[in-house]
Every structure is written in C-alpha cells, then in structure tokens.
Write a protein that binds this ligand. Structure first.
Ligand code: NAD
Length: 271
C-alpha cells in the first residue's frame, strides 16, 4: 500500500463502535492493519463486536463504558496503554438523538422536553469532549496522535425538528477547531483534530424517519433526497475512506477541518 495511507500498527480507540458508522469504520481500520479498541456502553453488544473483530485479527480489545463516565474512561485509558503501550487515534463515533429532544410534526416548538434536550446535548457534546480529554492524554506524552469527531449536516444548516442534536453538533465543529488549535500550539504539528460530517446514511436511529417499511421514502426522506445532488443516501462504507485519510499520514497538514461526506447535500441549496 502507498506509505501515505499505511495505518498498520496504529492503535485506534473507537467510541460508538457497536453502532453502524463507527462500528463499520472500526472493522475497516482493523482489516487495514490497525489495532482497534471497540468502546460501547452495552456489554453484550461489545462482546458481539469483539467476536466479529477477532475473525479479522487478535489486535482488538473491547471496552464497555458510557462516553459520559469520566472515571470509567480514565480506567479504559489505562487498560489500553497496558495492552498496547500507545494510542494513535481516537474516533468519537458515539452520538445520536432522542424523541423528546425533537419537535415532531404534531408538536409546538414550546413543547420541547428540556430534560431530553439536555441529555442529547450531553451525549453528543460532552460524549465527545470527555473521551477526548481521557484518551488524548497519550498525544501529549507522545507528541503525536489524532482525534476524529462526528459532526452532521445539522451543524451548519437548520434541519427541522432536531434542535438539541443540531446545537450539539454545531458545538462539535467549534470543539474540533478549538481542540485542533490548542493541541497543535501546545504539543506540536503531529497532533491533529478533525471531524467528518456525514450526510444522510441509514442507521437504526433515522431509518423510521427516512424510509417506510416497504423501503420507499417518507416525506422527510424524500426532502433529504431532493436536496442531495447524488439523489440517494450514503452507504455505510462511503464514510471509511474519509476516516482512513484523516487517521493516516496523508492528512499530515490537515487539522481543524470538518470534512463533509454527503453526496453534495451541504453544497446544494435545493433549487
Ligand atoms: N447516520 C447518519 O446519517 C449520521 C449523519 C450525521 C452524523 N451521524 C453521527 O455519526 C455517529 C454514528 O452514528 P450512527 O448513524 O452510526 O448511529 P448508531 O446509533 O448506529 O451508532 C451510535 C452508537 O453510539 C452508542 N452510544 C450512544 N450513547 C452512548 C453512550 N452514552 N456511551 C457510549 N456509547 C453510546 C450507541 O450504542 C451506538 O452504538 C453519531 O455521532 C451520529 O450523530 C450519523
């Protein structure tokens, strides 16, 4: 393989690794020679992910921890260092929405459930900040390493309904730039922080919002397709290349960016 894209031997922690996008990316990275730590909050699902991962190689490890559990993450950090001796990348894939934090078609804006709003903000923002503070400690010692966050189309454009999620993802863009600047200024030009901003990929969370049981699009799904020049949703594997690029040395002068992987959604005004 081209040296620029060689990621073999890199130790990569992936949160949300039992989910669709981050889970798929974790296996992809491992298939390309990385040592991958699958972090999820549900023991059974982590066990299942590790069972699959062992079919790729033994260079994998499961960590069961909530991304909001500071102490659990600190312990996870020690466990990873004890097993692999270093950490080269952290992928903050955990995130998502919950119904109370959205304004459904039958709801008023003023019906927003503030508890759910706070939970969604916490999961998507603090659930990225806290793991970064835990695992990027290694980058300070090593003077090298990278973080990849998950942003969204909703961080820069108003998507109807999803208020808490949008607010948190906008903050992720800001955190990406802020952390990129601070880390590089303090620890040098081999510590990088970037984000991917997926367009619309079908996942467990949005499947019912975007597609009907017979596979046809819901009204919202059709609206998304209309604003996507490629006229389709993303396929899970179409996020892997962006992550590979950001983890590898081919992006050695890239930090503080939010890379859209969206079939043109963010470029197109819809008309
Ligand atoms: N699917 C899309 O179209 C899309 C678009 C833009 C952004 N994203 C973002 O991509 C990331 C991955 O999303 P996905 O579509 O694969 O969803 P997913 O639901 O399949 O994966 C999310 C994972 O996060 C985990 N998680 C949730 N709360 C957690 C917690 N407190 N602690 C630890 N883990 C927790 C879930 O268990 C799940 O495995 C998310 O940040 C999401 O917001 C997805």
């Amino acid at each position: 393989m081209n040296q620029l894209f060689d990621i073999s031997g890199k130790v990569i922690v992936v949160t949300g690794a039992t989910g669709i996008l981050a889970g798929g990316a974790a296996k992809y990275l491992q298939r390309n020679g990385a040592k991958v730590i699958y972090l999820g909050r549900n023991q059974e699902r982590v066990d299942r992910a590790i069972q699959d991962a062992r079919e790729i190689s033994d260079d994998c490890m499961g960590l069961t921890c909530d991304v909001l559990d500071e102490n659990g993450l600190k312990k996870g950090y020690e466990d990873v260092l004890n097993r692999f001796g270093q950490i080269d990348a952290l992928i903050n894939g955990a995130g998502g929405n919950m119904p109370g934090a959205t304004i459904g078609p039958d709801k008023e804006i003023f019906d927003l459930d503030l508890d759910d709003y706070t939970k969604v903000m916490d999961l998507n923002l603090k659930g990225t900040v806290i793991p970064t503070l835990a695992f990027a400690q290694a980058f300070k010692e090593q003077k090298s390493g990278c973080v990849i966050n998950f942003s969204s189309m909703s961080s820069t454009q108003a998507l109807t309904r999803v208020l808490g999620y949008s607010n948190a993802k906008a903050a992720i863009d800001n955190f990406t730039r802020w952390m990129a600047t601070e880390m590089a200024t303090k620890y040098g030009d081999q510590v990088r922080v970037n984000a991917v901003a997926p367009g619309f990929f079908i996942s467990k969370q949005n499947k019912a919002l975007l597609t009907n049981q017979d596979g046809s699009f819901t009204e919202r799904g059709q609206q998304v397709i209309n604003k996507t020049p490629f006229r389709r949703f993303g396929k899970q594997e179409e996020i892997y290349g962006a992550i590979h690029y950001l983890v590898s040395d081919s992006s050695s002068f890239v930090t503080g960016t939010v890379l859209a992987v969206d079939g043109g959604f963010s470029s197109f005004c819809g008309v």
